[in-house]
Design a protein around this ligand. Structure first.
Ligand code: TYD
Ligand code: MG
Length: 458
């Protein structure tokens, strides 16, 4: 009697968040995205176990070791020839690590990596795998960027098994995969770019990187909603996650480290896009200030310090009478919920309500600020616009605001104050806990403990 072969088991995954669903539905039960659930055939069990796991899974058999006996091997870092990229990588590329570079289509991912390959290719054999562009197109771009291409080998291929087989033969120390969404594995029937394909191909590349001690750059396109297409699912599998930020129309591009096993997170690299590719901006403080001739209402300078470098940016606010029953609160580059919270604190502890006003806030230059040090400048900008009263040009502020109206210190206060003084700021409104005893030369500092005191000071 012939046995019936088991049917492949169907499963459903959400393309937005990667969550597995028992059945198809129009909306993902986990993240709430619409029309994102699709069928994915599970890979056969043996492969499935290794798939989806990054790290050292699937490497040679492991033994239990004693932590004390481990000799930490000094990781040598390879410079990419681009200082700002080295900075976000934590001081250069670690051979054997996997770096995910995400960003909107057309923001400059391929350009940046091709430029980095120039210097990397001079030190190690580099393999540039492209599933998006033909070798001719890459050649044209390389010429435009002034990349000579010594040490760079090209491969136009989208099957990950073939890529790895060829990489095995060539033995590169650096592989660039542009992009992970174009790769597919024969193990799965789903289309390239689906969550299961992206996860499985990335897992194979991660395993290869660890086993062959090769650095791998994965390029990932971000979808409209801001998730890495298919997937934030890659973030936990790789060592370093870098995202491009910035306004598509503007000249500046920022690369931020969201996760880094080999360096500081939130580190920011700043570039300018020109006709010969990306140029690094070594001293980015102040390029994000719009440099008004006259003081204007609703504009306040702050020093943000995400990562290891202080950066002067301008926070802007526009407060205007609202025709709507529910006035709008819009935050660009800042947290929307935080804005709502700060407006509530301003009403309760500052006595100024904005119930019939639309409030828009923005950080100039497309910079995104997630730290709470933006609280105080944000409130001052909103207030300045509301009262139509400009603050002096040479004024700066930073500080966290609590729910009881207190102004709390933020990390690295003195560092921020010195950076401000260096760029011509003469007055600062900052948390009392952030002021160094000896003061800062050239800076008149108003140390505040409460929001009410800060409002009084301007
Ligand atoms: P690209 O690196 O192809 O974007 P991604 O790989 O992230 O999709 O960048 C393409 C954009 O950059 C495109 O709009 C043209 C622009 N660009 C320049 O302005 N100057 C240049 O020298 C190059 C190569 C591209
Ligand atoms: Mg590209």
């Amino acid at each position: 009697m012939a046995t019936v072969p088991p049917k492949p088991r169907a499963a459903y995954v959400c393309n937005a968040c990667g969550a597995a669903q028992p059945k198809w539905s129009g909306q993902c039960a986990d993240c709430g995205a619409w029309n994102s659930v699709e069928e994915a055939t599970r890979p056969p069990p043996s492969q499935h176990r290794a798939a989806g796991r990054g790290g050292f899974a699937g490497a040679a058999q492991s033994e239990i070791q004693s932590l004390a006996d481990l000799k930490p091997e000094e990781r040598v870092r390879t410079g990419t020839g681009i200082g700002e990229l080295d900075r976000v990588l934590g001081g250069g590329l670690v051979i054997g690590s996997v770096v995910l570079l995400g960003g909107d289509p057309g923001i400059g991912k391929s350009t940046l990596l091709l430029q980095a390959c120039e210097s990397l290719g001079a030190q190690h054999p580099v393999l540039y795998v492209s599933g998006e562009e033909s070798p001719q197109q890459i050649g044209l771009r390389a010429r435009r960027l002034g990349v000579t291409g010594a040490g760079i080998r090209l491969l136009a291929e989208t099957c990950v098994e073939r890529v790895l087989a060829l990489a095995e033969r060539e033995g590169p120390r650096v592989i660039v995969v542009d992009s992970i969404q174009t790769l597919y594995t024969d193990l799965l029937p789903s289309a390239p770019g689906s969550v299961s394909q992206v996860r499985e191909t990335a897992a194979q590349l991660v395993r290869f990187a660890k086993r062959a001690d090769t650095a791998v750059f994965l390029v990932g396109h971000v979808t409209k909603e801001g998730a890495l297409a298919g997937p934030r699912v890659l973030e936990h599998m790789v060592d370093t996650v870098l995202y491009f930020e910035g306004e598509a129309g503007g000249p500046f591009r920022m690369v931020r480290a969201i996760k880094n096993r080999f360096g500081a997170v939130n580190e920011l690299g700043v570039f300018a896009m020109g006709d010969r590719g990306l140029r690094e901006v070594r001293n980015p403080s102040a390029i994000f200030l719009s440099r008004h001739d006259q003081p204007v209402p609703g504009s306040v300078v702050m020093v943000t310090r995400e990562g290891t470098r202080p950066l002067l940016v301008e926070v802007q606010a526009l407060v205007d009478e609202s025709p709507l029953a529910n006035p709008r609160r819009v935050a660009l580059g800042l947290d929307q919920n935080r804005l709502a919270m700060l407006l509530a604190v301003l009403h309760r502890h500052g006595g100024i309500g904005m119930f019939n006003q639309d409030v828009f806030v923005n950080v100039v230059g497309g910079v995104r600020i997630s730290e709470t040090a933006a609280d105080l400048p944000l409130v001052l900008a909103v207030l300045s616009s509301y009262r139509d009263r400009p603050l002096p040009l040479e004024l700066m502020a930073f500080g966290e605001i609590g729910l009881s109206g207190e102004v709390r210190p933020v990390p690295n206060g003195p560092d921020r104050l010195r950076e401000a003084a260096k760029h011509g700021i003469r007055r600062a409104i900052v948390p009392a806990g952030n002021v160094p005893k000896e003061g800062v030369e050239g800076l008149e500092i108003l140390a505040v403990k409460t929001l009410a005191a800060a409002i009084e000071g301007v």
